[in-house]
Design a protein around this ligand. Structure first.
Ligand code: SAH
Ligand code: SF4
Ligand code: F3S
Length: 448
């Protein structure tokens, strides 16, 4: 590669989970610290960071077409300097370097604190790859949090030791590690100072977080949540994603006792058949999952539930798929994500017998999504008439319209004299499949 002038503007495009979005924000902060400014909407950026996701085939494939579009001038007039970050970078770093000469940097999700040095090398004309996994070192090397929206992410735990047979995360993110308690409390305070009213604690297995509090006591996620709830100015706490195996009594109790902990639980189940769950190496059964939900609902009766589902796992029969539908019927999720099984190279399930035909998966996914949409709509309908607080996150499509989230993570829109970051008391008036219309209660503006 030829040496170039240092980029003046950048754009980070994040394609993956919330942790991937968090990483994208942190990379943006580092680039800003280096004096590079974010490119305005619709304007060319001198440096584009593609922050990729490897979870499903489509997510990974997209990156080569994105690189092609960037270099051929289809996305912007001038081809930018390109960095590939995220989980595809981790899994296929060498291949990307070989296949896409336009890429000057490949950086994995545990190594992106080194992006500024890699950028200096790229300016000097040298391509570089860094997919080391030094785990915790990254966080210490990142700049302080500064300006942030009202709803912020905070990575507390990374990696996964569960090795579900379909999943790449244990390979792209490495082993489970927990960030130290004091770092998290400090970062949460910074986020609140920078404008956050709500913090979502993130981890591939967030409920596996453990640490030692300021008194030297071992604490789990519930202990961390209770202490973060004491941070002045922080109004709401959420966490995601949990694995049924790591949910303990303390966390269940916290849902009943900590006001700032929002009544929402994302607890993926993946399938409704015990045989499939075993083949997936999930350590729960349908029954144990349902009992767990019962305990959460007992602690917090208005808890909204969310889940993830995979249809067409190798060997899944029609009857086993029906079991997934009946589980859905029993739980009545407030929202959920569902996916067609996608064989990921290097995972045990990719080479299992009886891969399910695409057409079969299509039909199953359609049926599952119809059931999930029905339940989501019903949940929203059942919320009509409730009064709740909404955290105003952004302007709506029309002038005077605002969008925010209810405690149950529903999108709520309304009109009124409010500002981004306000917590507003509203009446929920009307339910659509994906959002609710509300009206602001007179004199109800609370500034948390
Ligand atoms: N750590 C979380 C999230 C993992 S990724 C958890 O354990 O739930 C998010 C979701 O992607 C998973 O819950 C699963 O439903 C889906 N997923 C993961 N690997 C997949 C694959 N190979 N094919 C289809 N969906 C997949
Ligand atoms: Fe993947 Fe399973 Fe770990 Fe979730 S728990 S990240 S699905 S291996
Ligand atoms: Fe994707 Fe990596 Fe997240 S594979 S889902 S970006 S952990």
């Amino acid at each position: 590669m030829k040496p170039t002038t240092p980029p003046r503007t950048f754009r980070v495009k994040s394609f993956g989970c919330q942790m991937n979005v968090y990483d994208g924000e942190r990379m943006a902060e580092m680039l800003a610290q280096k004096g590079i400014t974010p490119a305005a909407d619709g304007e060319d950026a001198d440096l584009v960071v593609l922050n990729t996701c490897h979870i499903r085939e489509k997510a990974a494939e997209k990156i080569y077409s994105d690189i092609g579009r960037l270099t051929k001038g289809k996305t912007q007039k001038k081809a930018p300097m390109i960095a590939v970050a995220g989980c595809v970078a981790q899994a296929e770093g060498e291949e990307i370097m070989a296949r896409a000469p336009a890429v000057s940097m490949v950086v994995g999700p545990q190594a992106y604190h080194r992006l500024p040095e890699m950028l200096d090398r790229a300016v000097a004309g040298e391509r570089s790859t860094d997919t080391d996994m030094p785990a915790i070192a990254k966080f210490a090397a990142l700049p302080e949090r500064r300006k942030i929206g009202p709803a912020a992410f905070l990575t507390v735990q990374e990696g996964c030791d569960k090795f579900c047979t379909y999943c790449v995360v244990p390979y792209t993110r490495g082993a489970e590690i927990s960030r130290p308690y004091s770092d998290l409390v400090a970062e949460a305070r910074k986020l609140v100072e920078a404008g956050a009213k709500e913090i979502t604690l993130l981890g591939q297995n967030v409920s596996a977080w453990s640490g030692e509090n300021d008194k030297g006591h071992a604490v789990g996620l519930a202990g961390l949540i209770r202490d973060l709830a004491k941070v002045d100015g922080l109004a709401r706490i959420r966490y995601t994603t949990s694995h049924p195996a790591d949910m303990d009594d303390a966390l269940i109790a916290a849902h009943g006792e900590v006001d700032k902990l929002m009544p929402f639980l994302h607890l993926p189940v993946q399938a409704g058949s015990d045989r499939v769950l075993r083949a997936m190496n999930r350590s729960h059964t349908v029954e144990s999952y349902l009992r767990l939900l019962e305990r959460f609902r007992a602690a917090r009766p208005d808890l909204a539930l969310s889940g993830d589902f995979i249809v067409g796992f190798p060997g899944e029969t029609d009857a086993e798929f029906e079991e997934t539908l009946s589980l859905v019927g029993e739980v009545a999720y407030a929202q959920a994500f569902s996916f067609k099984y996608s064989p990921r190279p290097g995972t045990p399930a990719a080479t299992m017998d009886d891969q399910v035909a695409r057409e079969v998966m299509d039909v199953r996914l359609q049926r599952l999504q119809a059931a999930l949409n029905r339940d989501q709509h019903a949940f929203n309908e059942a919320s009509v008439g409730r009064t709740c607080e909404v955290l105003v996150e952004r302007k709506g499509k029309h002038p005077g319209q605002w969008l925010g989230k209810s405690p149950w993570l529903q999108s709520v829109w309304f009109e009124g004299d409010v500002a981004i970051g306000d917590l507003v008391e509203v009446d929920l008036l009307e339910a659509g499949p994906n959002s609710l219309r509300a009206s602001v209660r007179e004199g109800a503006l609370s500034l948390a």
